[in-house]
Write a protein that binds this ligand. Structure first.
Ligand code: GFB
Length: 318
């Protein structure tokens, strides 16, 4: 594993996907660094458009790119829009990665997801588990696109000597999360359900699946810190897992969210909805050995996410 210091002072850093949960956390994290942050609004740059993306990169010439732009969503969205998840993500990746190579970008950090690993991968999942077995059916489309992104970074490293690296975060939550009723991930979905059930004085709230799947959750500001750490310290071909190392069942998550929000009713499990992968714990030893670890507990992270929801989303109906 190659560790070498990459000095970001004075660098021009493009956060692609700055409006998303990960991109906005990166902007918050980079604010304390001596670098210039650049962004491109959706109205000026469509990342699905190759000509526009390549032209934007050639004109703005960032030194560093964080590729945090992606079509993302929870289990229902992945299962319902397979074409969008595959097409949009492949297009964004190929346009930004190839465009970055053409524009002479010094360093690029690509973001994947823990769903790249086989459904029945040995737990905790090491980086080497990639491509050793069949994927989870509900999100295989997204996973294939993310695997292609990892391979692109490796290929451009090998063929053109580009310093392009990949980070694989586990399930994320925090400020800026998507609260779309069906399309969201589980943390946002349960924050919204518990909040609404509490306000309505309901005696129960509904959860999808059996409540038994295990998930590892990471607070998005911890992820942003890990990404800046990797940018500065890591330069090698293998992708790097970024997790908290702690897993919870969906039922435990719901109990913690209910406690944070103050909902004291019951949970009803709708088992007609999919559970997805039974367990998804990543082995983040490599990152740990480099000297980074997550430090926000699930409960503290949930309190912060709920505060953001109250200030930004609770009053919206969708
Ligand atoms: O977060 P989530 O949608 O995605 O769901 P995955 C996690 C678990 O929570 C599943 C359960 O077992 C769901 O059945 N769950 C319970 C709920 N209630 C709800 C609810 O109201 N909403 C949602 N969304 N889930 C995604 C992948 O998988 O994880 C993506 O589909 C990506 O590709 C992402 O990798 C990180 O963890 O199952």
């Amino acid at each position: 594993m190659e560790m070498n210091k990459f000095d970001i002072s004075g660098k021009k850093i493009w956060v692609a996907g700055h409006r998303g949960m990960v991109g906005s956390a990166l902007i918050r994290r980079l604010a304390s660094e001596d670098c210039e942050i650049i962004i491109a609004g959706r109205d000026t740059l469509d990342l699905l458009d190759q000509t526009q993306t390549h032209a934007w990169l050639a004109e703005n010439k960032p030194d560093v790119v964080f590729l945090a732009a992606a079509k993302v969503g929870g289990i229902w969205a992945n299962d319902t829009y397979p074409a969008d998840f595959l097409y949009d993500n492949l297009m964004i990746e190929t346009n930004v990665i190839h465009g970055s190579y053409l524009a002479g970008v010094e360093k690029l950090v690509f973001l994947g997801s823990s769903c790249i690993y086989p459904k029945m991968a040995e737990q905790p999942m090491k980086e080497e588990a990639l491509l050793t077995g069949p994927l989870e059916e509900t999100n295989q489309w997204y996973a294939i696109a993310k695997i292609a992104g990892i391979k692109m970074c490796q290929a451009y490293r090998r063929q053109y000597g580009c310093d392009f690296i990949s980070a694989m975060p586990t399930n994320l939550f925090g400020a800026g999360d998507n609260y779309d009723e069906k399309g969201s991930h589980v943390v946002a979905a349960l924050i919204q359900k518990a909040h609404r059930a509490k306000l309505a004085g309901d005696s129960s709230m509904e959860l999808w699946g059996t409540g038994t799947p295990l998930r590892e959750f990471l607070f998005v500001d911890d992820l942003a810190d890990a990404l800046v750490f990797l940018l500065k310290n890591y330069s090698d071909e293998p992708h790097i897992n970024v997790g908290s190392g702690v897993e919870h069942s969906i039922r435990e998550l719901a109990e913690t969210i209910a406690k944070v929000i103050g909902f004291d009713g019951e949970f009803i499990f709708d088992t007609s909805k999919p559970d997805g992968t039974p367990r998804k714990l990543m082995d983040s030893t490599r990152l740990g050995n480099m000297g980074w670890k997550a430090d926000t507990s699930l409960e503290l992270g949930l309190k912060s996410a709920y505060q953001w929801y109250l200030e930004n989303r609770a009053w919206k109906n969708d």
